[in-house]
Design a protein around this ligand. Structure first.
Ligand code: CA
Length: 391
């Protein structure tokens, strides 16, 4: 089915959360609501979600990934949600409401944490609302855990993006700005904690005469995210370009960290957490990783540090299914430095028996620290200073 395929493709490209609700269940409704489906994507950046499927996607993803670690924490607490109605949906049928229900108890929806969050009721509208679509309003259940957004004009092929705010009960042991992966995907907050129940999404379609509601739980994240809540990423490590090809998962935590934060002129930098792949298939299945290569404009500036094989040479890696954590292959990627400021990019490509996996990489070389450095807390400055001394 086209919509399912497209959604899978999006997941592979963006690695954010994409869920699809297919097909009506009841016979009578089936005739009128044939082809009815919607999908959602969740991420820290509305701009990235809006760019899905456009030629500018990679550039926007790179640019948005180049943010301040502290700001990312706040963005992950006020995630953007893109609701898209499949283009197979019958003409005249529209998604009249969308609900998101938190199933993990300490968490609930808020109305923005500071005035500048600019929430109206329980959401913040973005500029990414397709022509003809109107957000009529939003409501919250008495327990503050089910958010409902009502629409007009959200018909076949259209989408809308808004932000929601996540809060936690007043408890000093809880992080004040909980990450959406913890709240909505049930990601455990430590290796000793179990994952919790993921959120449930629901949508109601109407053709003006009858309604059909569909619900589905979000995917559960069973591993602790590498960087979330108070666990900041190091300033010089770029966060996550998630890539999840079919049957392969780049890592068990945040899928992939391939980008670099800014580096100084002529500075060589290694990523602490680079490309990881694992076979997430069933026990007994095998995936071969044959070789690697770098492509793109600045391919010559990127190298692998932890393998001796040259590009194209046989890596001899075989990944077994059923034990993805143990049987994970890691590639530590190094940016060799550049003599002038600018943005340098290349793709790290792994040739596998499941096809090519491509990881976009970028290094931002700057003469001087960007102004946002001033926003760092003392802890952040400490990390940067210690890092500079090692050079
Ligand atoms: Ca909040």
């Amino acid at each position: 089915m086209k919509t399912l395929h497209e959604t899978r493709l999006l997941r592979r490209l963006i690695g954010l959360i994409a869920v699809i609700c297919c097909g009506p269940a009841l016979d009578a409704e089936a005739e009128i609501l044939a082809g009815t489906a919607f999908s959602i994507d969740i991420g820290s950046s509305a701009r990235v979600l809006n760019a899905i499927g456009t030629p500018q996607y990679n550039d926007i993803l790179m640019s948005e990934s180049c943010d301040n670690p502290h700001l990312r924490v706040r963005k992950n607490n006020v995630p953007a949600i893109k609701v898209s109605v499949a283009d197979t949906t019958t003409a005249g049928v529209q998604l009249t409401s969308f609900s998101l229900a938190i199933n993990s108890d300490p968490y609930f929806f808020g109305t923005g944490d500071v005035a500048t969050d600019s929430f109206t009721d329980f959401i913040r509208k973005t500029t990414y609302i397709d022509a003809g679509v109107t957000i009529l309003g939003s409501t919250l259940s008495p327990d503050l855990q089910t958010l409902t957004v009502n629409f007009d004009g959200l018909t076949a092929g259209k989408s809308v993006i808004f932000n929601v705010d996540l809060d936690v009960v007043d408890d000093p042991s809880m992080f004040l700005f909980p990450d959406y992966r913890v709240v909505l995907n049930g990601a455990p907050v430590s290796a000793f904690d179990p994952p919790t129940a993921p959120a449930t999404i629901s949508g109601t379609f109407s053709d003006g005469l009858m309604e059909l509601s569909q619900s589905k739980d979000l995917d559960q994240q069973t591993t602790v995210p590498a960087y979330f809540n108070e666990h900041l990423r190091p300033y010089h490590t770029m966060d996550t370009i998630p890539v999840v090809p079919e049957g392969l998962e780049p890592g068990m935590n945040d899928p992939v960290k391939i980008n670099f934060e800014e580096v100084a002129v002529n500075e060589m930098t290694m990523l602490l957490q680079a490309a990881k792949i694992a076979n997430t298939g069933d026990t007994g299945t095998l995936v071969d990783v044959y070789s690697y290569m770098f492509t793109g404009a600045d391919a010559g500036l990127f190298k692998i540090k932890n393998r001796t094989e040259a590009p194209g040479e046989d890596l001899g890696i075989q990944l077994e299914g059923g034990s993805p954590t143990d049987m994970m292959a890691t590639f530590d990627l190094t940016f060799m430095g550049a003599g002038s400021p600018g943005m340098y990019s290349a793709n790290f490509v792994l040739k596998t028996s499941k096809g090519d996996m491509e990881f976009p990489m970028m290094a931002m070389v700057r003469e001087v620290p960007e102004p946002s450095t001033a926003l760092l807390t003392l802890a952040g400055v400490g990390v940067a200073a210690a890092w500079r001394r090692r050079r």
